[in-house]
Design a protein around this ligand. Structure first.
Ligand code: HEC
Length: 278
């Protein structure tokens, strides 16, 4: 049964594949040394001055929540009750009959309360994917707003709920599964005591205490080089693309399984969104 579920989350992704263009690839193009230096300087300046442009998306989200009737959206604490709600996700939702993480739940609410189809939701989610600079996505705003309403709250995923625990186990299995033409798993880059670096970036590891929690607690994370915040599902999509796995579909069970594993591993970590990175 477990095995079947494990494979089904991948085939669902593969079947729905092709929707996403290869635009995203443009983002990993090598920067010139001058660009790289400019970026580092810009990043250091923002850090020193305590500026995080990602906070702008909070206001975008606040308006979008009204516009798309998301004040009716129930994140688990009741319709429109958002303070601290994101910190307790993923959780099981009886109305949907599923465990959902924040982004998946927002997608569900957009269908339910804003009348969007699943395809429209996916377009809405990916409107700024592959773009750099001057792209303001209402979806990113909504996720930013809802996450920031949990700032200062500790991540608290309820593993005592067997349905949540099942997604956690599945997520862990996925995390260590070696698939794709390169046999990569998440652990290839994010495990072990030894430091893994990609160019100047030191990657977090599931085997160094606290690092998984610190990695997820700062999402959405504003990226200076793209000039926009990256939500967790966008991050999964990027990592999975680098691994040459079947294409990642936002709000899929695969996403929820990964979130359940990562956020539950980070239980007790305080939410501090938005993070900022180069
Ligand atoms: C080929 C190496 C590689 C693999 C494999 C990989 N990632 Fe990543 N991951 C990265 C890079 C690079 C970053 C960006 C780091 C940064 O900007 O600080 C990242 C960042 C992340 C982050 C956010 C950390 C942060 O502060 O930005 C999460 C969460 C994450 N990865 C999850 C995963 C998951 C889940 C998998 C498996 C499905 C995975 N990664 C597989 C390279 C990888």
């Amino acid at each position: 049964m477990k095995k079947k579920l494990f494979f089904s989350i991948f085939t669902a992704g593969a079947l729905a594949g092709g929707l996403l263009s290869t635009k995203a690839i443009a983002q990993t193009e090598e920067l010139s040394p001058e660009e790289e230096i400019r970026l580092v300087q810009e990043f250091n300046r923002m850090l020193a001055e305590g500026i995080n442009p990602g906070e702008v998306w909070y206001e975008v989200g606040k308006d979008a929540i009204k516009k798309y009737n998301l004040d009716k959206c129930d994140l688990g604490l009741g319709p429109g009750v958002f303070k601290g709600a994101a910190a307790q996700l993923p959780r099981y939702f009886a109305d949907a009959g599923k465990v959902m993480d924040l982004e998946t739940r927002v997608g569900w609410c957009l269908q339910k309360h804003a009348g969007m189809t699943q395809d429209q939701v996916l377009k809405f989610v990916r409107q700024c994917w592959g773009k750099t600079g001057n792209c303001v996505s209402e979806y990113d705003g909504i996720i930013m707003y809802l996450t920031m309403e949990s700032n200062g709250h500790k991540i608290n995923v309820n593993l005592k709920d067997p349905r949540v625990k099942k997604m956690y186990d599945l997520g862990k299995q996925v995390y260590y599964a070696r698939i794709g033409p390169w046999d990569f798993n998440c652990a290839t880059c994010h495990a072990g005591k030894q430091e893994v670096r990609i160019r100047a970036t030191r990657l977090w590891s599931a085997d160094r205490p606290g690092e998984a929690g610190n990695a997820v607690a700062i999402f959405p994370k504003y990226l200076v080089r793209w000039g926009l915040p990256m939500t967790m599902h966008y991050r999964y999509a990027e990592c999975i693309r680098q691994m040459r796995w079947p294409e990642f579909i936002p709000h899929s069970d695969l996403a929820v399984a990964l979130s359940t594993y990562l956020y539950a591993t980070g239980n007790g970590t305080e939410i501090k969104a938005p993070g900022i990175g180069r």
